[in-house]
Design a protein around this ligand. Structure first.
Ligand code: ZN
Length: 192
């Protein structure tokens, strides 16, 4: 993983927030399909395009997914045979490549897309609304894998320890959200 500068981290966080606001995402868990729909990113499941040896080959080359631009169309292909949380992580990662307008496959672009995906799936200012007790609860609320939830919890705690005033883009994001939490048969709507 390449090391990013603080300015670049800040830029990626702003871009991720902009993605959420421009795509009118206002409920939790954040829906990557809605982002793709709003942005007109075409989604292709491996199972709908490949079969047999071709499918095996593509999974060997790209176990989770990949994105590209073809005839001015932005396309994300993804492995739909993996677990649901992993698909979500993959889509957010690929959305990151497209939103950050990456043009090459390199360590830096991978790091940036990873960071974008990790941020957008559970942004600390939104986690702060729910104040989950632990990463297990966080992963349920934000529909992430346990591993992703663990990292998001650490990121949130770090954010909380250094944040006195929320930044402009963080406030913009929070204002837009009208939270819907649906799990364990409970629906809680947070009006802000
Ligand atoms: Zn990538």
């Amino acid at each position: 993983m390449a090391k990013l500068s603080n300015d670049r981290y800040e830029y990626i966080k702003r871009k991720a927030t902009q993605t959420l606001t421009e795509c009118n995402i206002n409920s939790i868990p954040i829906n990557p399909y809605q982002i793709c729909n709003e942005r007109k990113y075409k989604l292709i499941k491996y199972s709908s395009k490949y079969s047999g040896d071709e499918l095996k080959f593509i999974i060997e080359c790209f176990p989770y997914g990949f994105s590209y631009i073809y005839n001015n169309e932005k396309i994300i292909e993804y492995n739909d045979s993996i677990e649901h949380e992993r698909i979500r992580t993959t889509l957010f990662h690929e959305i990151g490549h497209l939103e950050l307008r990456h043009t090459c496959e390199c360590t830096l672009s991978e790091t940036e897309a990873e960071w974008f995906g990790a941020y957008i799936i559970a942004p600390p200012p939104l986690v702060n609304i729910f104040k989950p007790d632990d990463y297990i609860e966080l992963s349920k609320i934000f529909d992430t894998s346990k591993e992703c939830g663990f990292n998001a919890m650490n990121r949130y705690l770090k954010w909380k320890s250094i944040t006195v005033f929320q930044k402009d883009y963080e406030n913009t994001m929070i204002k837009q959200f009208r939270f819907k939490r649906q799990y364990e048969d409970i629906e809680v709507i947070y009006e802000l």
